[in-house]
Design a protein around this ligand. Sequence first.
Ligand code: HDD
Length: 729
Amino acid sequence: MEEPRTPPSLTEPTEAHDPYPPQPDQGAPETVTATGKPTGAPSTARAQSGAYLTTSLGARLRDTDHSLKAGERGPTLLQDHHLREKITHFDHERIPERVVHARGTGAHGVFRGYGTASSVSVAGFLADGVETPVFVRFSTVLGSRGSADTVRDTRGFAVKFYTDEGTFDLVGNNMPVFFIQDGIKFPDVVHAAKPHPDREIPQAQSAHDTFWDFVSLHTEAQHHTMWNMSDRGIQASLRMMEGFGVHTFRLVDAEGGSTLVKFHWKPKAGVHSLVWEEAQLAAGGDPDFHRRDLADSIEAGNLPQWELGIQTFPDTPEQMFEGIDLLDPTKLVPEELAPVQPVGLLTLTANPTNFFSETEQVAFHVGNLVPGIDVTNDSLLQARLFSYVDTQLTRLGGPNFNQIPINRPQAPVNDMLRDGFHQHAVPSGVAPYKPNSLDGGCPFHAGASERPFVEVPAVVQESAKVRAQARSFDDHFSQARLFYRSMSPVEQDHIKSAYAFELAKCYEQVIRERQLQCLANIDEGLCVSVAAALGMSAPSPTIEVADVEPSPALSQVGTPYPATGRKVGIVVDDSTDPEAAAAVVTAVTAYGLMPFVIAPSGGTVGELVVARTYATARSFEFDALVVLGAAPGADAVPGLDARAGQPTQGAAPVDPRIAVMVAEMWRHCKALGAFDDTGRDALTAAGVPESGAGVVTGADASTPADLLGEVTELLTLHRVWDRFTPASA
Ligand code: HDD
């Protein structure tokens, strides 16, 4: 009998069936909001149909594994259309990555207006109960498409609202201020922050000479740089990140009256960050840390939510508020002076079906406005109004990028734009011009009752053409001081360490000296600490900077948030009772937390599926850790990691990887729980005191509710802050 060429268990299934539908959490194209509107790309955008492999034009293929050859060992024939089509298409699969914000991840969702903004804006999607589909893309700024998620950087927070009145894009960041006051400086700051042009290093970070060269010379960047050096530069999760429209925008009411506003996104899960060591570990251990967290949370039904809020200011000719120039994007308005008023709720509901088609091809533009929302003269914003369409012409290959499924509006479209590369529409009629009689005058101008977009008729002062900025933009330091002095001691310590780290990575002494001078102007104590860490002397301030009232709302520490959706690692070993492990998982889930069973090897523990093995788990993945048992796995290498504490005499041996994990969780001030002697042994091996802050021990894992209750309580504050000993204490 002839031998099979491959073992039967390795053969492909042969039963013909239609393409698999999207996974439940990817249902975007066919998902509808509560009011029945489709979200995201329309279902007609689905690429595949039928059970059989075909050419791009539908001819069925019987083989895609062998090219057409003149004999089994002969040369390949030019006539092989399938070979040529397959390779040609592959050769052109990549498009240019975004010039900034190249690394990103997206999700579909829905926005529901509260109606609270209706007195200041006629925008339909802000009206009470109106549901609007959205697509959100989060990003880092500096790194390439394949760079790590947890680098120290600003994060993009771009939201596309597919409203009935056209598409509105709110293209913001996770920081409320920007490096520059005028968009003409954008190429400068980006060139300085991107990798050095000669060696193209470092990737995705600001810890290098050209960045610090620029920001220490161009001092209006100091405020944004302070945010980057703070914990805001290393956010714990995209779900736990604030968003800001940065610029001052205008809202327009039914009478045509306008109000100046700043947009804020407030995460329901709270605003939380990593610590620097976690960020560094994650960048190597899981470069996809943030995108995985977002997708996993949505898939688990733990849907991320943000409230959209506005700070409002009278639209006076001066456009100043409490001495702050509202057109200066390097300044924020403290929430204590202008409270953020909630106007709607964003919920992310579905992962993209296809990363490239949706997340990569989505094209945002600050000029995508709807009736009721308009721009101001902020010169940073004005330059952006040009840049976002322009950049898509190269990135997406022509002027028809709004016809790509993810960019298609959900409002009816009747434009007179025609032809161009990648034209997908088949417009009817013969008169794409106005006025016309041949198409019966269609399309018509919308009258006042048809809710057209109307620009605010703001008066432009008569003045000479100048290349200059108003004097009110000259203060570059007082708000950097405001931010620093609003931080808790532990957050201030993190800022000092971040400056010390980044400047120590610079090679040029003159750049360090200049940045220390900037820090002296911002806060002398900060400057002294950073200088000491660099082994340099601290300069004295050179200018007088206004003293500022701290804004407690800027601090991330101290406000409790629901612990829902936090990740708890549950460490078991081969001797753990599966029923006790199941009881712990049940309790974790009952508290609204996400359980991850960590076992010596893969497979199952009783009925539980092992989420991580001792080899694949690392501390940065979990917000809290609960240990039931941690005896060495069969693949453990004794003394694998020198940082693991040695077991004390008489204690049972603990797997060195778990000892490292417990020690890291302790160092990173995360909640720790241990059951029975077997769990306590892991604490001992890691050098963690049982009586330490945020350490909870329990006698019996089969009744875990109390212990998990305490862990949940600890998680509401994100970290066990008491464990940090601020240097300034
Ligand atoms: Fe920008 C992308 C946010 C200033 C030019 N920007 C981009 C993205 C975000 C921001 C979130 C990614 C969008 C996506 O996910 O596709 N940008 C900001 C914010 C700014 C800002 C909050 C200041 C307040 N940007 C800014 C200026 C310019 C640009 C001043 C140019 C004059 N930005 C671009 C761009 C990008 C972009 C080159 C690259 C990819 C894209 O637009 O679509 O046009």
